[in-house]
Structures are given as structure tokens and as C-alpha cells.
Design a protein. Structure first.
Length: 335
């Protein structure tokens, strides 16, 4: 088993140069704005014919190549858990990005704050297309590369998902970027409404089953950049102690994450239900933190890549839904 925490990342700018627009901050209303200057689509933006783009899959994370302002190829993770596209600070320095201001990065950790810088009017190129006039954040990501054991130059975040219908075929390791204006789904998958209760990160309503089969519904963030099947927030587990007793979990070493230290216990829940699909005995991390994103009131937890990889997943932010089609790995044991 590989125990990697999520880079789950939300960014709130607090200063900018005079005359420069600041990206929007926390979004407590259900939907982010898809017409903001940060996410404007250029006329060349949509990849041709939504062609399948191969990606590398490791520990459930989606690695693909992209470039910024015509750079050489960068290794990036396609990440629904990042509220903006994030580029490693060393790459930003190498490219000479014109930084517009600073902000505070929030994540699953607690006990400290981390500043980031942001740059505007950049061009992201990937999958045969491009997005122009983009705001990207820059953070030191060497710690994350060290945890994963491979180079990570950044994360393709919400501004990608806001501009495309993103279809992720985990089984065949292919991703397609569809034009939202012409996309029409014709399969038999399960449609789940998407909500946006925390910045630009999607969430769904799902059920966790207790040992006697009682379903308990909650709101769960959906994070393709987290390796674990499901994370349970401290508030949710304290409210529903019938999930597991302390002696049915094991303590795992605390790690340093965005926002400070992250502490958790590891166990299994009987099942999670996403629409009509029941995933049995998923490995779960029970957050012990009392601050940070996982301490947000009303948030039950997060669904990660170990669950998502059992499906072809279609993220349709413009129409505010996620579609799940089970693949041959649907019944695999959770590791």
C-alpha cells in the first residue's frame, strides 16, 4: 500500500499589483463562475475532435504532459482537487513568469500557513489545444515530488475542468477533452449532480454504510489528485461513531501537507454508495485534524482516486454533473 496524502489545494489571493485583477476567492455559493477572465477560452482551445490522449497512471494519479507559454514539456497531474492550475516555483522562475501578487494556500494540513504567488495572462498548451489568458499559481512542489518518487512540475486544476468536459478512462489510461457547447452524453452511466461548496473543487452527495447497513449521507469533495479511496472528516466521524471504534483503525505517521501537519488513522468502512454503485470495504483515512479543509462544517470528507479508478469518469463542470461508468476494476479490493 502506498500512503500518499492529497495535495487538495485552494488558493485565496490577498494582494496584487495596481490595475491587475485578482482571481476570485472562496466560493460558498453552489457554482464557480465559468465566464471569468481567468478561464477564458481562446479560439484554438478545444483539442481536435476530442482525440484520446494517453496518460500515465501511478497510485491512481493521472500524469500527463503540458507546457506553459511555449515551455518544454512539463509533467503535471490532472487534479480536480486544485482550485487553480499550479506550477512549481522553480519552473516559474525558469520561465520568467511575471508575478502579479500573493495569496494564502489552504490544504488538508493544520497549524501553519503557506504563501503562493500568481501570474496572469499565461497560455497553457496540452492535448493538441491551448487555453489563453490564464491565471496560474506558483508554489514550491519539491516536497510533493519527493513523496511520490517522481518529478511533478504542477497540477492542471479547475480552470481546465471549467473549460472542457473531461472524460477520464482509467482502464485504458486515456483522457478526452470535449467542447462543452457540443458535448452530448449517450451512454448508460450514473449521473451525479456536482456541487461547489468549497472554492472551485467539485463535491457530490454520497452515502457511507455502517456495519449494520445503515446509510449515512454526506457531502464529499471529489479529488482525482488523492490516492486514497475515501477520506472521512473529523466532524463526520465524531458525529457518527458507529463507523469504527478506535481499535479498528491504526495510526499512520503524520505528514507535512499544504497548510501544515496532517494526522489520520487508517481503517475500512463497510461500503460507500455513489448513486447506484456500491464500493465495498474501501480503505479509508480518518482525519484527526481540527482545522484545515477537512474541518470545514458540513463536509463529510473526500472521494479519491482509489475509488475513481474503478470507473470511466466524466467531469462536466459546465453542466454541473459527474458521470460514472464502471470498468473491469470496479470490484477490485481497495489497497
Amino acid at each position: 500500500m502506498t500512503w500518499i496524502f492529497s495535495v487538495l489545494l485552494t488558493l485565496f489571493p490577498f494582494s496584487s499589483r495596481a490595475g491587475e485583477a485578482v482571481p476570485s476567492g472562496q466560493c460558498d455559493v453552489p457554482s464557480p463562475s465559468f465566464a471569468s477572465a481567468d478561464s477564458r477560452v481562446t479560439s484554438q482551445a478545444i483539442p481536435r475532435s476530442a482525440q484520446p490522449i494517453p496518460f500515465q497512471l501511478a497510485d491512481g494519479l493521472i500524469y500527463m504532459q503540458a507546457s506553459l507559454n511555449g515551455s518544454s514539456p512539463l509533467w503535471v497531474i490532472l487534479d480536480t482537487g486544485s482550485s487553480y492550475t499550479v506550477i512549481d516555483a522553480s519552473v516559474s522562475k525558469m520561465l520568467g513568469l511575471d508575478l502579479l501578487g500573493e495569496g494564502i494556500a489552504y490544504g488538508p494540513g493544520q497549524g501553519s500557513t503557506q504563501k503562493f504567488a500568481f501570474a496572469g495572462h499565461t497560455t497553457l498548451m496540452f492535448a493538441g489545444g491551448e487555453l489563453g489568458d490564464q491565471t496560474v499559481a506558483t508554489l514550491p512542489l519539491g516536497w510533493f515530488s519527493s513523496e511520490l518518487g517522481r518529478r511533478v512540475d504542477g497540477f492542471l486544476g479547475s480552470n481546465i475542468f471549467q473549460n472542457y468536459v473531461v472524460e477520464i478512462d482509467y482502464d485504458n489510461q486515456l483522457v478526452r477533452f470535449h467542447d462543452p457547447a457540443s458535448y452530448s452524453y449517450s451512454g448508460h452511466g450514473q449521473h451525479l449532480p456536482l456541487e461547489f461548496v468549497w472554492d472551485n473543487i467539485p463535491s457530490v452527495r454520497a452515502e457511507v454504510l455502517t456495519r449494520d447497513g445503515t446509510p449515512i449521507q454526506g457531502i464529499f469533495l471529489v479529488d482525482s489528485g488523492a490516492t486514497t479511496a475515501i477520506w472521512i472528516s473529523r466532524n463526520f466521524s465524531d458525529t457518527h461513531p458507529e463507523f469504527l471504534s478506535a481499535d479498528e483503525t491504526i495510526e499512520v505517521p503524520s505528514v507535512v501537507a499544504v497548510g501544515g501537519e496532517f494526522s489520520a488513522r487508517l481503517g475500512r468502512v463497510p461500503a460507500i454508495r455513489l448513486g447506484k454503485f456500491l464500493v465495498s470495504m474501501p480503505l479509508a483515512q480518518f482525519s484527526q485534524n481540527t482545522s484545515g479543509i477537512f474541518a470545514r462544517p458540513g463536509l463529510a470528507g473526500m472521494i479519491g482516486a482509489e475509488t475513481l479508478r474503478r470507473f470511466t469518469v466524466i467531469f462536466d463542470y459546465p453542466h454541473r454533473e459527474m458521470i460514472l461508468e464502471p470498468n473491469k476494476h470496479f470490484s477490485d479490493p481497495s489497497t
